[in-house]
Design a protein around this ligand. Structure first.
Ligand SMILES: NC(=O)c1ccc[n+]([C@@H]2O[C@H](COP(=O)([O-])OP(=O)(O)OC[C@H]3O[C@@H](n4cnc5c(N)ncnc54)[C@H](OP(=O)(O)O)[C@@H]3O)[C@@H](O)[C@H]2O)c1
Length: 345
């Protein structure tokens, strides 16, 4: 094929002129062009907002979930949820490396992709197993990584399914490290989730002993799990879709609004619960894929908030190693990940 593009536009079927993430349909022929890497895929880690939407639409019926996922991939050439527009990432092995690709990786290396399935050419031959608890699906299939499609080799010291879960959200704790300063008060919505616990850990570390980390969780069970990590000064059990209720509780606990709010929930309508409790000169980091730009922008205007709002870019330099190091550093965090995402199949 001529006109190979490092961003993968040579695979866009329509609309022409778009990049693979925003394209409606991409070419998923499993041919390894010179600037691509072909991978055998073992497991798909579906983005939490996407999987939550799929589970709700299919009422947790395995057959319906399977049918919906196969239909999306057949229609679009990639696993991009048509509602949330998000994807996830995959675990697999390198099968072929195009001759123009400069990499130290070799055929046979075990890797996790670090670019979204919402832009990754994918073929699913068979769905072997759907794991509702881990948001993971074991498949027989293949995928293509473009020249700019970063990936991480699975290290020897952490099991692959734990690595996959952690790397799915590795942009979040790495960004928290850049955003949270010593003595900051930090609010985390969805603090007991996968990215929530990693963000809370990093926030506590950066804010230090005079900073405060307040986590919002959805259930008492999650509160117990989060308490064991000792990364939050306060934990609110509440609904992140109820802005006034959470705002009132934050003010009561903290005495003022917070400096930084991290939104890592997987449901819609949490924009104002993030903005209201944040200081006028504070920062809101929207990592959730269920975030609405319109609701955040117009909602902030509506309450005259000048808080800086950041879109949760999944990429931050060295984010994968940064996040795996949290698992290496904290025995409690590793234990939690092992319990939740590392169980034998
Ligand atoms: N920006 C990016 O590049 C990127 C990359 C990956 C993921 N994401 C997004 O990041 C978000 C978090 O992902 P994750 O993998 O960490 O998800 P997760 O493990 O499912 O965590 C989400 C947490 O939010 C909680 N939650 C749900 N509804 C709530 C409510 N109404 N009030 C309070 N808490 C509520 C969930 O509780 P329950 O379990 O009890 O429902 C869960 O603990 C998702 O939106 C995901 O799509 C973004």
């Amino acid at each position: 094929m001529s006109d190979l593009c490092k961003f993968g536009t040579h695979r866009v079927i329509y609309p022409l002129g778009t990049l693979p993430q925003s394209a409606e349909k991409i070419d998923n022929q499993m041919v390894c062009y010179d600037n691509e890497i072909l991978c055998e895929v073992e497991t798909l880690n579906i983005d939490s907002a996407s999987f939550t939407q799929i589970r709700e639409a299919c009422e947790d019926d395995y057959e319906k979930i399977e049918e919906m996922i196969l239909d999306i991939v057949h229609t679009k050439g990639k696993l991009q949820n048509p509602i949330t527009r998000s994807g996830g990432m995959f675990l697999g092995k390198i099968k072929a490396i195009g001759k123009n690709i400069k990499t130290e990786a070799k055929v046979g290396d075990h890797i996790a992709s670090l670019v979204s399935l919402s832009l990754t050419p994918l073929v699913i031959d068979k769905i072997k197993r759907i794991d509702l608890d881990k948001d993971q699906i074991d498949i027989k299939g293949e995928a293509i990584l473009f020249e700019t499609g970063i990936f991480s080799k699975i290290p020897d010291d952490i099991p692959a399914n734990i690595v996959l879960s952690a790397l799915d959200v590795c942009g979040a704790p790495a960004q928290v490290n850049l955003l949270v300063k010593e003595n900051d008060d930090v609010l985390i919505l969805g603090a007991a989730g996968k990215s929530g616990v990693l963000c809370a850990y990093q926030a506590k570390k950066n804010a230090g002993k005079n900073g405060h980390v307040i986590g919002v969780v959805y259930s008492e069970k999650e509160k117990e799990e989060l308490e064991k990590l000792e990364v939050c000064n306060h934990i609110i059990v509440g609904d992140a879709r109820r802005p006034m209720n959470i705002y009132d509780q934050v003010i009561e606990i903290n005495g003022s609004q917070v400096d930084v709010t991290i939104n890592v929930v997987n449901v819609e309508n949490t924009e104002m619960t993030s903005i209201l409790p944040t200081k006028n000169d504070g920062t809101v980091y929207f990592f959730s894929m269920a975030t609405s730009f319109t609701k955040a922008a117009l909602g902030a205007e509506g309450i005259a908030s000048e808080a800086k709002m950041i879109i949760g870019n999944g990429y931050t330099k060295d984010h994968s190693e940064f996040t795996l190091n949290i698992l290496r550093e904290s025995k409690e965090m590793y234990r939690l990940f092992k319990e939740r995402y590392g169980k034998e199949k």
